[in-house]
Design a protein. Structure first.
Ligand code: NAP
Ligand code: HSE
Length: 414
Protein backbone atom coordinates (compact mmCIF):
# COMPACT_ATOMS: atom_id res chain seq x y z
CA UNK A 1 0.00 0.00 0.00
CA UNK A 2 1.48 3.35 -1.06
CA UNK A 3 1.31 6.12 1.51
CA UNK A 4 0.26 9.68 0.62
CA UNK A 5 0.72 12.89 2.59
CA UNK A 6 -1.73 15.63 1.66
CA UNK A 7 -0.67 19.23 2.29
CA UNK A 8 -3.84 21.33 2.63
CA UNK A 9 -7.40 20.34 3.46
CA UNK A 10 -9.38 23.17 1.86
CA UNK A 11 -11.44 23.01 -1.34
CA UNK A 12 -8.93 20.93 -3.34
CA UNK A 13 -7.55 18.89 -0.42
CA UNK A 14 -11.03 17.75 0.62
CA UNK A 15 -11.79 16.70 -2.97
CA UNK A 16 -8.58 14.67 -3.12
CA UNK A 17 -9.36 13.02 0.23
CA UNK A 18 -12.89 12.13 -0.92
CA UNK A 19 -11.61 10.43 -4.09
CA UNK A 20 -8.79 8.52 -2.43
CA UNK A 21 -9.81 7.68 1.14
CA UNK A 22 -13.58 7.89 0.79
CA UNK A 23 -13.41 5.90 -2.46
CA UNK A 24 -15.47 8.20 -4.64
CA UNK A 25 -12.86 7.35 -7.28
CA UNK A 26 -13.30 3.86 -8.70
CA UNK A 27 -9.55 3.35 -9.09
CA UNK A 28 -8.92 3.64 -5.39
CA UNK A 29 -12.02 1.60 -4.49
CA UNK A 30 -10.88 -1.52 -6.36
CA UNK A 31 -9.44 -4.62 -4.68
CA UNK A 32 -5.91 -3.54 -5.65
CA UNK A 33 -6.27 -0.16 -3.94
CA UNK A 34 -2.72 1.06 -4.22
CA UNK A 35 -2.68 4.06 -1.92
CA UNK A 36 -4.14 5.82 1.05
CA UNK A 37 -3.74 9.25 2.59
CA UNK A 38 -1.85 8.81 5.85
CA UNK A 39 -1.18 12.44 6.84
CA UNK A 40 -3.01 15.72 6.20
CA UNK A 41 -1.17 18.96 6.90
CA UNK A 42 -3.27 21.97 7.89
CA UNK A 43 -2.49 25.39 9.32
CA UNK A 44 -4.86 25.06 12.27
CA UNK A 45 -5.63 21.59 13.66
CA UNK A 46 -8.37 22.96 15.90
CA UNK A 47 -10.33 24.70 13.16
CA UNK A 48 -13.98 23.65 12.90
CA UNK A 49 -14.28 21.59 9.71
CA UNK A 50 -17.18 20.23 7.68
CA UNK A 51 -15.34 16.92 7.57
CA UNK A 52 -13.05 15.49 10.28
CA UNK A 53 -11.19 12.47 8.91
CA UNK A 54 -10.71 9.53 11.26
CA UNK A 55 -8.68 7.33 8.87
CA UNK A 56 -5.62 9.56 8.75
CA UNK A 57 -3.74 11.97 10.99
CA UNK A 58 -4.22 15.73 10.88
CA UNK A 59 -1.01 17.60 11.68
CA UNK A 60 0.20 21.18 11.66
CA UNK A 61 3.86 20.14 11.62
CA UNK A 62 5.47 19.34 8.26
CA UNK A 63 8.29 17.53 10.09
CA UNK A 64 5.83 14.70 10.87
CA UNK A 65 5.54 14.15 7.14
CA UNK A 66 9.05 14.75 5.85
CA UNK A 67 10.52 12.49 8.54
CA UNK A 68 8.12 9.64 7.80
CA UNK A 69 10.02 7.34 5.43
CA UNK A 70 6.89 5.37 4.62
CA UNK A 71 5.43 8.35 2.71
CA UNK A 72 5.88 7.79 -1.04
CA UNK A 73 4.17 10.85 -2.44
CA UNK A 74 3.26 14.37 -1.39
CA UNK A 75 0.11 16.01 -2.77
CA UNK A 76 0.27 19.73 -2.15
CA UNK A 77 -2.81 21.97 -2.26
CA UNK A 78 -2.18 24.82 0.17
CA UNK A 79 -1.72 28.03 -1.85
CA UNK A 80 0.77 30.91 -1.92
CA UNK A 81 4.55 30.70 -2.34
CA UNK A 82 5.79 29.86 1.15
CA UNK A 83 5.98 27.53 2.94
CA UNK A 84 4.70 25.36 0.05
CA UNK A 85 7.73 25.97 -2.20
CA UNK A 86 10.07 24.84 0.59
CA UNK A 87 7.89 21.80 1.39
CA UNK A 88 7.85 20.74 -2.29
CA UNK A 89 11.62 21.14 -2.55
CA UNK A 90 12.26 19.24 0.67
CA UNK A 91 9.97 16.42 -0.46
CA UNK A 92 11.74 16.06 -3.83
CA UNK A 93 15.13 16.15 -2.08
CA UNK A 94 13.95 13.29 0.15
CA UNK A 95 13.08 11.24 -2.95
CA UNK A 96 9.30 11.57 -2.70
CA UNK A 97 7.10 12.14 -5.77
CA UNK A 98 5.25 15.47 -5.72
CA UNK A 99 1.87 16.38 -7.20
CA UNK A 100 0.75 19.96 -6.75
CA UNK A 101 -2.11 22.28 -7.73
CA UNK A 102 -0.05 25.35 -6.78
CA UNK A 103 0.50 27.48 -9.90
CA UNK A 104 2.38 30.21 -8.03
CA UNK A 105 5.17 27.83 -7.02
CA UNK A 106 5.28 26.00 -10.37
CA UNK A 107 5.25 29.20 -12.43
CA UNK A 108 8.18 30.67 -10.53
CA UNK A 109 10.25 27.48 -10.11
CA UNK A 110 9.25 25.14 -12.94
CA UNK A 111 12.77 24.68 -14.31
CA UNK A 112 14.54 24.36 -10.94
CA UNK A 113 11.99 21.90 -9.49
CA UNK A 114 11.94 19.85 -12.70
CA UNK A 115 15.73 19.56 -12.59
CA UNK A 116 15.60 18.55 -8.93
CA UNK A 117 12.94 15.88 -9.59
CA UNK A 118 15.00 14.48 -12.47
CA UNK A 119 18.16 14.48 -10.37
CA UNK A 120 16.38 12.55 -7.60
CA UNK A 121 14.61 10.19 -10.03
CA UNK A 122 11.13 11.14 -8.80
CA UNK A 123 8.10 12.64 -10.50
CA UNK A 124 6.78 16.19 -10.28
CA UNK A 125 3.30 16.68 -11.75
CA UNK A 126 1.02 19.76 -11.69
CA UNK A 127 -1.99 19.11 -13.97
CA UNK A 128 -4.35 20.66 -11.39
CA UNK A 129 -2.42 23.95 -11.48
CA UNK A 130 -3.77 24.93 -14.91
CA UNK A 131 -7.30 24.58 -16.27
CA UNK A 132 -8.78 22.73 -13.26
CA UNK A 133 -10.03 19.39 -14.61
CA UNK A 134 -8.79 19.88 -18.20
CA UNK A 135 -5.84 17.56 -18.96
CA UNK A 136 -3.93 20.36 -20.65
CA UNK A 137 -0.42 19.71 -19.33
CA UNK A 138 -0.40 16.08 -20.48
CA UNK A 139 -1.96 17.14 -23.80
CA UNK A 140 0.80 19.68 -24.38
CA UNK A 141 3.43 17.06 -23.55
CA UNK A 142 1.82 14.65 -26.06
CA UNK A 143 1.38 17.32 -28.75
CA UNK A 144 5.04 18.34 -28.40
CA UNK A 145 6.20 14.83 -29.29
CA UNK A 146 5.30 15.63 -32.91
CA UNK A 147 4.53 19.35 -33.15
CA UNK A 148 6.08 22.71 -32.59
CA UNK A 149 3.48 24.70 -30.62
CA UNK A 150 3.40 28.37 -31.61
CA UNK A 151 0.18 29.65 -30.05
CA UNK A 152 -1.83 29.11 -26.85
CA UNK A 153 -4.97 31.11 -26.11
CA UNK A 154 -7.57 30.50 -23.48
CA UNK A 155 -9.97 31.32 -20.73
CA UNK A 156 -7.88 30.13 -17.79
CA UNK A 157 -9.67 31.48 -14.74
CA UNK A 158 -12.97 30.06 -13.49
CA UNK A 159 -13.73 32.91 -11.08
CA UNK A 160 -13.53 35.70 -13.65
CA UNK A 161 -15.37 33.69 -16.30
CA UNK A 162 -18.10 33.07 -13.72
CA UNK A 163 -18.26 36.83 -12.99
CA UNK A 164 -18.32 37.86 -16.67
CA UNK A 165 -21.01 35.26 -17.42
CA UNK A 166 -23.27 36.44 -14.58
CA UNK A 167 -22.76 40.09 -15.57
CA UNK A 168 -23.68 39.37 -19.20
CA UNK A 169 -26.56 36.97 -18.66
CA UNK A 170 -28.10 38.21 -15.40
CA UNK A 171 -26.84 41.83 -15.33
CA UNK A 172 -25.34 40.96 -11.94
CA UNK A 173 -23.04 43.27 -10.01
CA UNK A 174 -19.28 42.47 -10.15
CA UNK A 175 -18.69 42.40 -6.38
CA UNK A 176 -21.79 40.33 -5.60
CA UNK A 177 -20.83 37.63 -8.12
CA UNK A 178 -17.27 37.57 -6.82
CA UNK A 179 -18.67 36.73 -3.37
CA UNK A 180 -20.62 33.79 -4.86
CA UNK A 181 -17.48 32.54 -6.66
CA UNK A 182 -15.66 32.64 -3.31
CA UNK A 183 -18.45 30.68 -1.60
CA UNK A 184 -18.33 28.07 -4.37
CA UNK A 185 -14.59 27.57 -3.76
CA UNK A 186 -13.48 28.86 -7.20
CA UNK A 187 -11.64 31.97 -6.05
CA UNK A 188 -8.13 32.12 -4.60
CA UNK A 189 -7.71 32.78 -0.86
CA UNK A 190 -6.95 36.37 -1.95
CA UNK A 191 -9.26 36.93 -4.96
CA UNK A 192 -7.07 39.81 -6.17
CA UNK A 193 -5.08 37.09 -7.90
CA UNK A 194 -8.18 36.20 -9.92
CA UNK A 195 -9.56 39.62 -10.82
CA UNK A 196 -6.23 41.36 -11.40
CA UNK A 197 -5.00 38.47 -13.53
CA UNK A 198 -2.02 37.11 -11.53
CA UNK A 199 -3.66 33.69 -11.58
CA UNK A 200 -4.04 33.63 -15.39
CA UNK A 201 -0.55 35.13 -15.75
CA UNK A 202 0.95 32.22 -13.79
CA UNK A 203 -1.10 29.63 -15.69
CA UNK A 204 -0.26 30.96 -19.16
CA UNK A 205 3.43 31.19 -18.16
CA UNK A 206 3.38 27.51 -17.12
CA UNK A 207 1.80 26.52 -20.44
CA UNK A 208 4.20 28.73 -22.42
CA UNK A 209 7.19 27.33 -20.52
CA UNK A 210 6.19 23.79 -21.45
CA UNK A 211 5.17 24.56 -25.02
CA UNK A 212 8.08 26.85 -25.91
CA UNK A 213 10.79 24.93 -23.96
CA UNK A 214 11.85 27.98 -22.01
CA UNK A 215 11.11 29.34 -18.56
CA UNK A 216 8.57 32.07 -19.40
CA UNK A 217 8.76 34.80 -16.77
CA UNK A 218 5.84 36.74 -15.32
CA UNK A 219 7.71 40.04 -15.71
CA UNK A 220 7.45 39.59 -19.49
CA UNK A 221 3.64 39.37 -19.41
CA UNK A 222 1.48 42.27 -20.55
CA UNK A 223 -1.14 42.08 -17.78
CA UNK A 224 -4.43 43.91 -17.33
CA UNK A 225 -7.10 42.96 -14.80
CA UNK A 226 -10.88 43.10 -15.17
CA UNK A 227 -11.73 44.76 -11.86
CA UNK A 228 -12.84 48.02 -13.54
CA UNK A 229 -15.18 46.45 -16.09
CA UNK A 230 -18.74 47.75 -15.59
CA UNK A 231 -22.23 46.66 -16.59
CA UNK A 232 -22.17 49.55 -19.09
CA UNK A 233 -19.21 47.88 -20.84
CA UNK A 234 -20.97 44.51 -20.84
CA UNK A 235 -24.16 46.05 -22.25
CA UNK A 236 -22.26 48.01 -24.90
CA UNK A 237 -20.38 44.86 -25.97
CA UNK A 238 -23.73 43.07 -26.20
CA UNK A 239 -25.16 45.75 -28.48
CA UNK A 240 -22.09 45.43 -30.75
CA UNK A 241 -22.58 41.63 -30.96
CA UNK A 242 -19.72 40.70 -28.63
CA UNK A 243 -19.06 39.16 -25.20
CA UNK A 244 -16.23 39.98 -22.82
CA UNK A 245 -13.86 37.16 -21.97
CA UNK A 246 -10.63 37.24 -19.99
CA UNK A 247 -7.95 35.72 -22.21
CA UNK A 248 -4.41 34.51 -21.62
CA UNK A 249 -2.38 34.37 -24.81
CA UNK A 250 1.14 33.13 -25.58
CA UNK A 251 2.63 33.44 -29.06
CA UNK A 252 5.97 32.20 -30.39
CA UNK A 253 7.61 33.92 -33.38
CA UNK A 254 11.20 33.49 -34.55
CA UNK A 255 12.06 31.87 -31.21
CA UNK A 256 10.73 34.86 -29.27
CA UNK A 257 7.55 34.85 -27.23
CA UNK A 258 4.81 37.35 -26.44
CA UNK A 259 2.46 36.75 -23.52
CA UNK A 260 -0.58 38.79 -22.57
CA UNK A 261 -3.47 38.54 -20.12
CA UNK A 262 -6.23 40.97 -21.02
CA UNK A 263 -9.97 41.38 -21.32
CA UNK A 264 -11.02 40.67 -24.91
CA UNK A 265 -14.23 41.14 -26.89
CA UNK A 266 -15.23 37.99 -28.78
CA UNK A 267 -18.01 37.66 -31.38
CA UNK A 268 -21.10 36.10 -29.81
CA UNK A 269 -21.06 33.18 -32.23
CA UNK A 270 -17.44 32.19 -31.51
CA UNK A 271 -16.67 29.01 -29.57
CA UNK A 272 -14.84 30.80 -26.77
CA UNK A 273 -17.54 33.36 -26.12
CA UNK A 274 -19.91 30.46 -25.42
CA UNK A 275 -17.69 28.97 -22.73
CA UNK A 276 -19.43 30.21 -19.59
CA UNK A 277 -19.60 29.97 -15.79
CA UNK A 278 -16.47 28.43 -14.21
CA UNK A 279 -15.57 26.57 -17.42
CA UNK A 280 -12.16 27.10 -19.03
CA UNK A 281 -11.17 26.62 -22.65
CA UNK A 282 -7.69 26.35 -24.13
CA UNK A 283 -6.76 26.56 -27.79
CA UNK A 284 -3.37 25.25 -28.96
CA UNK A 285 -1.79 25.60 -32.35
CA UNK A 286 0.66 22.87 -33.42
CA UNK A 287 2.43 23.08 -36.78
CA UNK A 288 1.25 19.60 -37.80
CA UNK A 289 -2.02 19.01 -35.94
CA UNK A 290 -3.29 22.59 -36.46
CA UNK A 291 -5.78 23.87 -33.90
CA UNK A 292 -6.73 21.81 -30.84
CA UNK A 293 -9.37 22.97 -28.39
CA UNK A 294 -9.83 21.72 -24.81
CA UNK A 295 -12.74 22.62 -22.56
CA UNK A 296 -13.87 21.70 -19.05
CA UNK A 297 -14.43 22.94 -15.52
CA UNK A 298 -11.52 25.20 -14.66
CA UNK A 299 -12.06 25.49 -10.91
CA UNK A 300 -13.81 23.84 -8.01
CA UNK A 301 -13.37 20.85 -5.73
CA UNK A 302 -14.14 17.85 -7.90
CA UNK A 303 -12.70 19.08 -11.21
CA UNK A 304 -9.39 20.03 -9.64
CA UNK A 305 -9.19 16.98 -7.40
CA UNK A 306 -9.78 14.81 -10.48
CA UNK A 307 -6.69 16.30 -12.15
CA UNK A 308 -4.63 16.02 -8.97
CA UNK A 309 -5.54 12.38 -8.32
CA UNK A 310 -4.89 11.48 -11.99
CA UNK A 311 -1.40 12.85 -11.52
CA UNK A 312 -0.96 10.84 -8.32
CA UNK A 313 -2.01 7.63 -10.09
CA UNK A 314 0.47 8.35 -12.89
CA UNK A 315 3.26 9.12 -10.45
CA UNK A 316 2.65 5.92 -8.48
CA UNK A 317 2.04 3.53 -11.34
CA UNK A 318 3.80 4.62 -14.54
CA UNK A 319 7.40 3.74 -15.19
CA UNK A 320 8.09 6.53 -17.65
CA UNK A 321 8.10 10.06 -16.26
CA UNK A 322 6.68 13.16 -17.93
CA UNK A 323 9.09 15.19 -15.87
CA UNK A 324 11.76 15.08 -18.59
CA UNK A 325 10.81 18.37 -20.19
CA UNK A 326 13.43 20.71 -21.51
CA UNK A 327 13.25 24.38 -20.45
CA UNK A 328 16.64 25.31 -21.86
CA UNK A 329 15.74 27.19 -25.04
CA UNK A 330 16.90 30.76 -24.79
CA UNK A 331 13.72 32.34 -26.17
CA UNK A 332 13.03 35.82 -24.86
CA UNK A 333 10.05 38.12 -24.97
CA UNK A 334 9.20 40.47 -27.86
CA UNK A 335 6.45 42.12 -25.82
CA UNK A 336 3.53 43.37 -27.87
CA UNK A 337 5.54 45.12 -30.57
CA UNK A 338 4.19 44.71 -34.07
CA UNK A 339 0.82 43.30 -32.96
CA UNK A 340 -2.17 45.19 -34.41
CA UNK A 341 -5.77 45.00 -33.15
CA UNK A 342 -9.06 46.83 -33.09
CA UNK A 343 -10.11 48.00 -29.61
CA UNK A 344 -13.22 48.88 -27.63
CA UNK A 345 -12.74 51.89 -25.33
CA UNK A 346 -14.94 53.45 -22.65
CA UNK A 347 -13.97 56.74 -21.00
CA UNK A 348 -15.99 58.01 -18.05
CA UNK A 349 -15.96 61.81 -17.87
CA UNK A 350 -17.01 64.28 -15.19
CA UNK A 351 -17.56 67.42 -17.24
CA UNK A 352 -17.67 68.86 -20.75
CA UNK A 353 -13.98 69.78 -20.69
CA UNK A 354 -13.01 66.12 -20.10
CA UNK A 355 -15.48 65.03 -22.79
CA UNK A 356 -13.85 67.35 -25.35
CA UNK A 357 -10.35 66.19 -24.41
CA UNK A 358 -11.34 62.53 -24.83
CA UNK A 359 -12.90 63.19 -28.25
CA UNK A 360 -9.79 65.15 -29.37
CA UNK A 361 -7.41 62.38 -28.25
CA UNK A 362 -9.49 59.60 -29.78
CA UNK A 363 -10.15 61.40 -33.09
CA UNK A 364 -7.32 59.75 -35.02
CA UNK A 365 -8.19 56.22 -33.89
CA UNK A 366 -12.02 56.07 -33.91
CA UNK A 367 -13.57 53.70 -36.42
CA UNK A 368 -16.11 55.47 -38.64
CA UNK A 369 -19.61 55.68 -37.08
CA UNK A 370 -18.43 53.89 -33.96
CA UNK A 371 -18.73 56.59 -31.32
CA UNK A 372 -21.55 56.67 -28.76
CA UNK A 373 -21.87 58.84 -25.66
CA UNK A 374 -24.11 59.58 -22.72
CA UNK A 375 -23.67 62.59 -20.44
CA UNK A 376 -20.94 60.84 -18.45
CA UNK A 377 -19.45 58.19 -20.75
CA UNK A 378 -17.85 58.03 -24.17
CA UNK A 379 -17.74 54.65 -25.94
CA UNK A 380 -15.91 53.98 -29.20
CA UNK A 381 -14.14 51.30 -31.17
CA UNK A 382 -10.93 51.85 -33.12
CA UNK A 383 -9.53 51.02 -36.50
CA UNK A 384 -6.69 48.44 -36.54
CA UNK A 385 -3.91 50.06 -34.48
CA UNK A 386 -0.62 48.90 -33.02
CA UNK A 387 -0.67 47.71 -29.40
CA UNK A 388 2.01 50.27 -28.57
CA UNK A 389 -0.20 53.07 -30.00
CA UNK A 390 -3.16 51.76 -27.98
CA UNK A 391 -1.07 51.83 -24.81
CA UNK A 392 0.01 55.42 -25.52
CA UNK A 393 -3.61 56.45 -26.21
CA UNK A 394 -4.74 54.76 -22.98
CA UNK A 395 -2.17 56.70 -20.94
CA UNK A 396 -3.37 59.98 -22.47
CA UNK A 397 -7.05 59.12 -21.99
CA UNK A 398 -6.41 58.17 -18.35
CA UNK A 399 -5.00 61.64 -17.75
CA UNK A 400 -7.95 63.30 -19.47
CA UNK A 401 -10.89 61.30 -18.06
CA UNK A 402 -12.08 60.01 -14.68
CA UNK A 403 -11.86 56.31 -15.62
CA UNK A 404 -10.93 54.43 -18.79
CA UNK A 405 -11.44 50.79 -19.74
CA UNK A 406 -10.36 49.16 -23.00
CA UNK A 407 -10.31 45.69 -24.51
CA UNK A 408 -8.96 44.13 -27.69
CA UNK A 409 -11.59 43.00 -30.22
CA UNK A 410 -11.13 39.59 -31.85
CA UNK A 411 -12.98 38.44 -34.95
CA UNK A 412 -12.69 34.72 -34.43
CA UNK A 413 -11.25 32.51 -31.60
CA UNK A 414 -13.06 29.67 -33.42
P1 NAP B 1 -8.08 26.64 0.50
O1 NAP B 1 -9.49 26.19 0.40
O2 NAP B 1 -7.79 28.02 0.97
O3 NAP B 1 -7.30 25.58 1.40
C1 NAP B 1 -5.96 25.74 1.76
C2 NAP B 1 -5.58 24.64 2.74
O4 NAP B 1 -4.17 24.70 2.98
C3 NAP B 1 -6.25 24.73 4.12
O5 NAP B 1 -6.60 23.47 4.59
C4 NAP B 1 -5.18 25.36 5.01
O6 NAP B 1 -5.24 24.94 6.37
C5 NAP B 1 -3.92 24.80 4.38
N1 NAP B 1 -2.80 25.71 4.58
C6 NAP B 1 -2.64 26.94 4.07
N2 NAP B 1 -1.47 27.48 4.47
C7 NAP B 1 -0.89 26.56 5.25
C8 NAP B 1 0.32 26.51 6.00
N3 NAP B 1 1.16 27.55 6.02
N4 NAP B 1 0.62 25.38 6.69
C9 NAP B 1 -0.22 24.33 6.69
N5 NAP B 1 -1.40 24.32 6.02
C10 NAP B 1 -1.72 25.42 5.32
O7 NAP B 1 -7.35 26.52 -0.93
P2 NAP B 1 -7.82 25.68 -2.20
O8 NAP B 1 -8.87 26.44 -2.95
O9 NAP B 1 -8.05 24.28 -1.85
O10 NAP B 1 -6.50 25.82 -3.12
C11 NAP B 1 -5.34 25.11 -2.77
C12 NAP B 1 -4.32 25.24 -3.91
O11 NAP B 1 -4.90 24.70 -5.11
C13 NAP B 1 -3.94 26.68 -4.25
O12 NAP B 1 -2.61 26.69 -4.69
C14 NAP B 1 -4.87 27.03 -5.41
O13 NAP B 1 -4.35 28.03 -6.25
C15 NAP B 1 -4.91 25.70 -6.14
N6 NAP B 1 -6.09 25.48 -6.96
C16 NAP B 1 -7.34 25.72 -6.45
C17 NAP B 1 -8.45 25.46 -7.24
C18 NAP B 1 -9.84 25.72 -6.74
O14 NAP B 1 -10.78 25.62 -7.55
N7 NAP B 1 -10.03 26.04 -5.48
C19 NAP B 1 -8.29 24.96 -8.54
C20 NAP B 1 -6.99 24.72 -9.01
C21 NAP B 1 -5.90 24.97 -8.21
P3 NAP B 1 -6.49 25.28 7.32
O15 NAP B 1 -7.60 24.37 6.83
O16 NAP B 1 -6.06 24.95 8.69
O17 NAP B 1 -6.81 26.73 7.09
N1 HSE C 1 -8.99 30.65 -8.60
C1 HSE C 1 -8.78 29.78 -9.71
C2 HSE C 1 -9.84 30.02 -10.76
C3 HSE C 1 -8.83 28.34 -9.26
O1 HSE C 1 -10.84 30.67 -10.45
O2 HSE C 1 -9.65 29.60 -11.90
C4 HSE C 1 -8.45 27.38 -10.35
O3 HSE C 1 -7.10 27.50 -10.69
Amino acid sequence: MKQIALLGFGTVGLGVYEIINQHRGIYFAGTDTPATIKWILVRDKNKKRAHNPTDCVLTDDFNDIINDDSVDIIISAMGGMEPEYTYIKESLKKGKHVVTANKEVICAHIAELTDLANEKGVKLYYEGAVGGGIPIISSIVETLKINKITKIQGILNGTTNFILTKMAKEKADFDEVLKIAQELGFAEADPTADIEGYDVMRKICILASLAFHTHAKTEDVHLRGISNITLDDVNMADSLGYDFKYIGQALLRDNRYSISVTPVLLPKDSVMSNVNQEYNVILLYGDIIGELCFMGKGAGKDATANAVVSDAIKALTEEESQTHINFNETANSYGLSGIKNEYYIRATVENYEQFEKVIDLAAGAIKKNNLTYTNSKVFFTTELIRSSDMLALYEQLKDAAKDVFYARMEHSLL
